[in-house]
Ligand binder design. Structure first.
Ligand code: AMP
Ligand code: MG
Length: 328
């Protein structure tokens, strides 16, 4: 049995997880930096991570009932992410790998979101709809890489919903409140912006704000924001599905919590005879088990390990630059 320890630290969450090669999660402990004001200063987040790193590693080992010496390798999120956060995870991972004299594997954080989604839903080769606060990307595996078929040209859809929510006084995060209010709304026209396969959300937020100031109700705006943004993503997903000739769609990221969004994607899939999956919510956010599992896939498929001292963070690492060794 192969066992690894994985560390997540791309942004506000620092986590440590132990998984085995059967995909069993033996421990998955995550702590998220929060503030009263809701802002995030990268340097303070890094301090938070540094303070808890040693203890969390011990706790994760204890919880899994695994002795350090039983670990086969260490893996960590190498990017993309905030450099001060990434460095804390990398330093801790390097220290563990050097002390134990075992391999160190850097994992791509976005790739890890996709692969844990596949592990948990049993989807095999889906078109991924990755919609979180900061990200909106339609991704699929083609010609030996994960390719980005469409993405936002400005903000992520979650951030767009949150920005609109803040403007009309819904607080943060606004997504769930928008979903509630939308149930009582009617449709009014908002800009629908799809350029080729790419998406843009900031103009919709600006327009919705203007209409709010003119007296259009929150309910109508929430409903129309949802219908517009979700249709745009569904349209691009449908074209990616047709282009790649795939038969599955897997929704991941925090916005996957939205029932109306799932319903829309599901309907499109039914019409195309494709299967729709949505990752379990507690695994949609950032956590360490996804990194550990991603590392496991890499370890099993490629034994050319980099020299521990050579490994560094990759803050701008795009998923289409990842060498995919684990899909045959
Ligand atoms: P993540 O970045 O993956 O942690 O996802 C967080 C984002 O998901 C935030 O922008 C939230 O507003 C959004 N979100 C969470 N629940 C919902 C929901 N029910 N409907 C729409 N967006 C949501
Ligand atoms: Mg993430």
């Amino acid at each position: 049995m192969t066992i690894c320890l994985g560390i997540e630290s791309t942004a506000h969450t620092f986590g440590v997880s132990i998984v085995n090669d059967k995909g069993k999660i033996l421990s998955n402990l995550n702590k998220t930096y929060t503030t009263e004001k809701g802002g995030m200063i990268p340097h303070e987040v890094a301090l938070h991570h540094k303070k808890i790193a040693d203890n969390l590693v011990e706790e994760a080992l204890n919880y899994a009932k695994i002795k350090k010496e039983k670990l086969d390798f260490i893996t960590f999120s190498q990017g993309p992410g905030l450099p001060p956060s990434l460095r804390i995870g990398k330093d801790k991972a390097k220290q563990l790998a050097s002390n134990l004299q075992i391999p160190l594997i850097g994992s791509n954080h976005i790739c890890a979101h996709l692969e844990i989604g596949k592990l948990l839903t049993k989807a095999k080769d889906p078109v991924f709809v990755f919609v979180s606060g900061a990200n909106t990307q339609i991704i699929a595996y083609e010609s030996e890489r994960y390719r980005i078929f469409g993405e936002t040209l400005d903000v992520g859809m979650g951030n767009a919903l949150d920005k609109f929510g803040r403007d009309i006084g819904l607080g943060f995060p606004a997504g769930p409140k928008i979903e509630e209010l939308a149930k009582k709304g009617n449709y009014i026209e908002l800009p629908y912006i799809v350029k080729g396969m790419d998406l843009s959300f900031s103009g919709i937020v600006t327009k919705a704000n203007q209409l709010f100031k003119k007296g259009v109700s929150k309910e109508d705006l929430c409903y129309s924001m949802q219908e517009t943004c979700f249709s745009m993503v569904t349209e691009v997903t449908e074209r990616a599905l047709a282009h790649c000739n795939k038969k599955e769609v897997l929704l991941i990221g925090g916005v996957a919590a939205n029932k109306r969004f799932c319903e829309m994607l599901n309907k499109m899939c039914e019409q195309r005879k494709a299967k729709f999956y949505s990752a379990p919510l507690r695994h949609c956010g950032d956590h360490a088990a996804m990194i550990a599992w991603q590392g496991m896939l890499q370890y099993k498929s490629n034994k050319n390990f980099e020299d521990v001292s050579e490994i560094d963070i990759l803050p701008k690492w795009r998923i289409d630059e990842v060498e995919v060794t684990w899909i045959k």
